[in-house]
Ligand binder design. Structure first.
Ligand code: ADE
Length: 243
């Protein structure tokens, strides 16, 4: 089944954007996934096809109307074959944090529907009625969900069968099971010496066991130093596995 990415947005011309380049772009051209944008404005109201309005009760910004969001989403789920089974994602800074685990899960689906919002929020009644998965890229606020959707989608696309060549294989990378969820060890390539810095002897020495142990130690040290939160989580997992 061809992986179908549906993007509901008031800015359909932002897509494929960066997803049309490099690995995901080649995969798109090769027909390994397909992209369909759906213009929110087509579901707007009045002469100006308004999709947002001022917040009830006052406050800053504008709110995406529930009927507009639902009209656009239902149009996809009712009219695209199989789309009613796809995960519906609402990128939002108040969502649960996006993770490699989520990317792996979503790569098993037949596609994804992203509803991108550019305003203060979406009318809560839409969220209650349609139950999209609210997902955040991190604790900062973007101008809209489009770049977040692209980032999440890129993380998923590179995991689809055939998208990543052997040369770019992701089995050993940060957060991967093969790497026990650790950050990645340091990498080197030619030249052997650059600005007086040589590649560590252990990397080029040819002792594969020693190198694997060194890489493991580096990955652990890096994770402990940079991501104590991740290190503690992994330590908890190791404890659970022992018990
Ligand atoms: N929209 C605005 N900010 C966002 C964030 N941090 N993550 C996902 N979607 C967003």
């Amino acid at each position: 089944m061809l992986f179908a990415a549906h993007i509901i947005t008031a800015y359909p011309h932002m897509f494929p954007g960066p997803l049309g380049e490099s690995l995901s772009g080649r995969a798109l051209a090769d027909g390994l996934w397909q992209l369909q944008t759906h213009d929110l404005r087509n579901f707007g109201h009045g002469k100006h096809q308004n999709i947002d309005d001022t917040p009830a009760g006052g406050g800053a910004g504008m709110v995406l109307r529930a009927d507009v969001a639902a009209g656009a989403l239902d149009n996809v789920t009712d009219n695209v074959k199989g789309a009613d089974k796809l995960p519906v994602i609402l990128p939002s800074p108040r969502g649960q944090l996006f993770s490699q685990e989520m990317a792996r899960d979503w790569a098993e689906a037949d596609g994804l529907i992203f509803l991108c919002n550019r305003f203060e929020g979406v009318d809560e009644r839409f969220i209650e009625a349609r139950r999209p998965l609210e997902v955040s890229l991190g604790d900062y606020v973007l101008g809209g969900g489009e770049l977040a959707a692209m980032a999440m989608l890129e993380a998923v696309l590179r995991l689809l069968p055939g998208v990543m060549g052997k040369a770019e294989s992701g089995t050993d990378e940060s957060f991967s099971a093969a790497n026990d969820g650790l950050l990645e060890y340091p990498h080197y390539t030619r030249p052997q010496e650059w600005e007086g810095r040589a590649i560590p002897d252990i990397v080029t020495g040819g002792d594969h066991e020693k190198l694997a142990a060194w890489r493991r130690a580096e990955a652990e040290a890096l994770t402990q130093k940079r991501r104590p939160d991740l290190w503690d989580k992994l330590a908890g997992k190791r404890e659970d596995e022992k018990n």
